[in-house]
Design a protein around this ligand. Structure first.
Ligand code: ZN
Length: 173
């Protein structure tokens, strides 16, 4: 297993649309394992999408602990089947937008269809944090970041701030 580098804004690779996985082989298993390891190494992440580690494939890993017990799920080619009309607003963050959090409005419930790592088709309706997380991660597969829902001005400020931090880190090296 390996910890992969997480891309951060304004890396243009985060804006690409990812393609469907068509082979459920060893290399897919390795990618999923590496993505989970990268997610756990991040310390505070609950979900990670393949494009965040530079892989243009429709793969998402999520682990939202239940009563302190790990609950890892890998979603291959996840598809939103239905979004509830009822919405809610929650604070979101993203490993690709470090140290920034903002309120985002999303559907309260989402029905998702996906394949597991063995290529078995699954479907579930998610609520709560799981609903927010899977909507956020599927957005990544289409090149959409949660800051894209903010006003233009707010988004610009976040990107400028991140650029400054990146520059500072570089001169400190
Ligand atoms: Zn994210």
């Amino acid at each position: 297993m390996a910890i992969l580098e997480i891309l951060t804004i304004p890396d243009t690779r985060l804006k690409h649309k990812s393609v469907d996985v068509d082979r459920f082989d060893q290399s897919l298993q390795k990618t999923i394992e590496d993505m989970f390891e990268t997610l756990y190494a991040s310390g505070n992440g609950i979900g990670l999408a393949a494009p965040q580690v530079g892989i243009k494939k429709r793969i998402v890993v999520i682990d939202i602990k239940k009563d302190d017990v790990s609950n890892p799920i890998a979603f291959i080619n996840p598809k939103i089947i239905k979004l509830s009309e009822e919405k809610f607003i929650n604070e979101e963050g993203c490993l690709s937008v470090p140290e920034y959090y903002a309120d985002v409005e999303r559907s309260k419930e989402v029905e998702v269809e996906w394949f597991d790592n063995a290529g078995i088709r699954k479907s579930t309706t998610f609520t709560g944090l799981m609903s927010i997380c899977i909507q956020h991660e599927i957005d990544h597969l289409d090149g959409i970041l949660f800051i894209d829902y903010l006003s233009k001005l707010k988004r610009k400020l976040v990107i400028e701030k991140l650029k400054k931090i990146k520059k500072k880190n570089k001169t400190n090296e």
